[in-house]
Design a protein around this ligand. Structure first.
Ligand code: SIN
Length: 528
């Protein structure tokens, strides 16, 4: 087995990982390991934009209040304060590095999305905001010779010695390398792929959450999955996100009979919180016995629609849907996980020298339901903070990454004998459908029990060693699916994005967070 030593290991190359790398690069060598190409992350696909209180009509205090309201009483107020207060500085810094956000004349152009009381969502090239962020951050990272990138390098497990994280085992070119680091930062994004319908890219298989859990870290708020109301629904097209900004600009939802319906469900109609819009769509689908509803932009000026949503326009056109003149078939899809690896406000996890930032982490910033377009901002703000705190540890640390890492870090070698599951793709498909059907937008005790039972049939996968990405991903997806189902069963109430038809009220102890950790091969849960 190869052994490599670095100062800082960052796993994942979305907005949080790259921003952390920029913070650390002047102070040591940084390795950014990513299981696909560096730009293949949820960041790259983010459309709507990035929320920040920078417009003349806005204030950080209003952004703070809107975020708390969306989080439905479960946000960590200190985490939100940091997000909204440090956000403007992070955005201005990004602009100074070359980010080009859309402008109206000479001023930044802000749009509105659900549950925002002000126009505060910046966007780039219409609906390609994530791409622009990824471009600028990757360019900035390239300017530091101290940052090395490993593409197509799958992090299999963390290296833990005496309760501390000393790096990770990474599968690259079909060989395992033990990467020893002073500090390891997980920035692996979300887990949307555990659901049959998702807006997330293929890489979002919950890897960071699963490897942290295996290593003994606490996961928190795993029941809180946000479902985006509008992803493209067509047999022939991918489950492509149709940005909430479309509704922000005036798009209307219509049922299969072409009747608008959102006003019946909420006074904010199309711009009601996402969980309400998603459940309203499901209700209409059930009522009309259809598999989708429609998003209608035909009343908007065609030229405006083409210019404002160029990527969505051209993607839909590829599948024969002209969004300027026809109704767009849509249905909800899993979009974002509010929970993840439990951290403090500096990305510190429950394992020493292991940090987490971005969607993989749970700082409490999103509570039970994330305010739209707060996640890219979270990646920037908490990526930078986590980089800083990992740096403090790295500088103070007496741990050397030199001489004899094999002995010093207990790198005993990764198991050479590995397993293979011939039916792994079939299990993946069944798991995703199970999660969508039983742990989806509307859950109940019966559906969750069915999910738990079925998932437990696959636990033989959890203690096996694999050497292929698909099988390793399946093992991680199963772990995250089990934790999400466990937390959803434990929360006997409905809060934010977690809705239980058998417990529609918030229920007892609703203001507590559910934390899960592995202890002696059992799942220990606590209310925190
Ligand atoms: C969207 O464009 O609708 C997604 C934005 C987000 O989820 O933050």
């Amino acid at each position: 087995m190869n052994i490599e030593t670095v100062d800082f290991l960052i796993i994942g190359s979305g907005v949080a990982g790259l921003r952390a790398a920029i913070e650390l690069a002047p102070h040591g060598n940084v390795l950014v390991a990513t299981k696909d190409m560096p730009k293949e992350s949820s960041t790259e696909y983010a459309q709507g934009g990035i929320a920040v209180a920078l417009s003349d009509e806005d204030k950080v205090g209003i952004h703070f209040e809107d975020t708390l309201k969306a989080g439905d009483g479960l946000c960590n107020e200190n985490a939100v304060k940091i997000l909204v207060e440090e956000g403007p500085e992070r955005i201005l810094e990004l602009i100074s590095w070359g980010a080009e956000f859309d402008k109206e004349g000479t001023k930044l152009d802000f749009t509105i999305e659900a549950a925002h009381s002000r126009k505060r969502v910046l966007h780039a090239r219409g609906d390609s905001t994530g791409k622009e962020l990824e471009r600028v951050l990757l360019n900035k990272v390239r300017s530091f010779p101290s940052v090395k990138k490993y593409p197509f390098a799958f992090t299999v497990d963390l290296i833990i010695k005496d309760g501390e994280c000393c790096g990770a085992y990474i599968l690259k070119d079909r060989k395992i390398t033990a990467v020893i680091a002073r500090a390891t930062i997980l920035c692996t994004g979300g887990a949307g792929q555990i659901f049959a319908r998702t807006t997330n890219p293929m890489v979002a298989t919950g890897d960071g959450m699963a490897i942290a859990f295996r290593a003994g870290a606490q996961l928190e708020d795993m029941e809180f999955i946000q479902f985006h109301p509008t992803s493209l629904y067509s047999q022939y097209a991918p489950q492509f996100l149709l940005s909430e900004a479309m509704r922000g600009e005036g798009a209307i939802l219509r049922n299969i009979n072409k009747e608008p319906f959102m006003k019946i469900y909420h006074r904010d109609a199309e711009l009601a919180p996402r969980d309400i819009v998603s459940r309203a769509i499901i209700s209409e689908m059930v009522k009309t016995e259809s598999s989708h509803v429609y998003l209608d932009m035909t009343h908007l000026e065609k030229d405006f629609v083409r210019k404002r949503f160029p990527q969505i326009y051209s993607t839909c056109l590829r599948y024969n849907i002209d969004i300027t003149s026809g109704l767009i078939p849509v249905s909800p899809a899993a979009h974002y996980i509010m929970g993840g690896v439990r951290t403090d406000l500096n990305g510190v996890t429950s394992i020493k020298r292991l940090y987490a930032a971005g969607e993989v982490a749970s700082t409490g910033v999103h509570g039970a339901n994330r305010l739209a377009s707060n996640s890219l901002l979270e990646g920037l703000v908490y990526g930078a903070r986590t980089g800083k705190s990992a740096l403090e540890f790295g500088v103070q640390s007496s741990v050397s990454t030199g001489n004899s890492p094999r002995r010093e870090f207990g790198v005993s070698g990764y198991p050479q004998t590995y397993h293979t599951i011939p039916e792994h793709d079939e299990i993946r498909m069944t798991l995703r459908k199970l999660m969508w059907d039983r742990v989806g937008i509307i859950r109940c005790g019966v559906s969750l029990e069915e999910a738990r039972k079925k998932l437990s049939e696959w636990t033989f996968i959890l203690d096996k060693v694999f050497y292929t990405r698909r099988e390793l991903e399946l093992k991680n997806m199963l772990t995250v699916a089990m934790m999400s189902t466990e937390a959803a069963s434990l929360r006997k109430g409905s809060v934010g994005a977690h809705y239980r038809s058998d417990f529609p009220e918030k229920g007892k102890d609703w203001q507590k967070h559910i934390a899960l950790a592995r202890e002696d091969d059992r799942i220990k849960h606590s209310l925190v």
